[in-house]
Design a protein around this ligand. Sequence first.
Ligand code: ZN
Length: 266
Amino acid sequence: MDKLVFRRGERISHAYIVASMSEEARRGAALRLSAAMLCLSGQDRPCGECRHCRKVFAGIHPDLIYISPGLDDKGRKRREILVDQVRFISADAQVMPNEAGVKVYVIQDAELMNAAAQNALLKLLEEPPASAAFVLCAANPALLLPTVRSRCVLLRINEDAQDDEQAVRDAEELLEAAASGSRVELLRWSAAAEGMDTRRAAAMVNAARARLADILRGEAGPGLDAAACVQLDALFQRCSAMLKLNTGVRHVLGLIAVSAEMRKSN
Ligand SMILES: [Zn+2]
């Protein structure tokens, strides 16, 4: 998705999940979505010009409320969003908005809501107060309860792996390890990549294929000739299909490591 905009007359739901691996992309999309929910324009929303839009983009709209894991006493990001934080939303949502027609609650790192918090939120999503709307930001929406997911419209941002900075970085590391063909390098790479979830691994493989296409078109790459690019592309295509079928990430990484080493030694 390039720029989030709702066309004139298009219905805006009261609950969305904004999903992206990039925190910056999630923040940007949540901001535009919130503005659209609050916007007064009869044309495309957010219009960027009405007083609600202006306040949202200036970060001073009183009806835009952010919920996040917050920091512990040592200044580190907490690992959970707690049920009390969702109870705050329930109570606050009973109070009329200050200026706009709705209050928008943006939950950052929504997948960090613990089970109790998600269940409390589910109640709110099932019977939303008339003037409340919800934006759940998540890197990995699969970690949200299916019942919560089913109540929200899922917006994937930067689904294209090439736009995903993380995927591009992951792909670069993958290609360097693959180009080296060294067992030590490949083992080091696969050990480092082992913690990836399926989505991140799939994004990495897709970004690597995009990078190979660029190298084949003449861009400088990590020491891969055309034959190597074609071979690796076929390998990554296979990996992409495997990940879609929910093959374990470790298994796929192992296949890449073995194949890259064999390619080099042949
Ligand atoms: Zn507006």
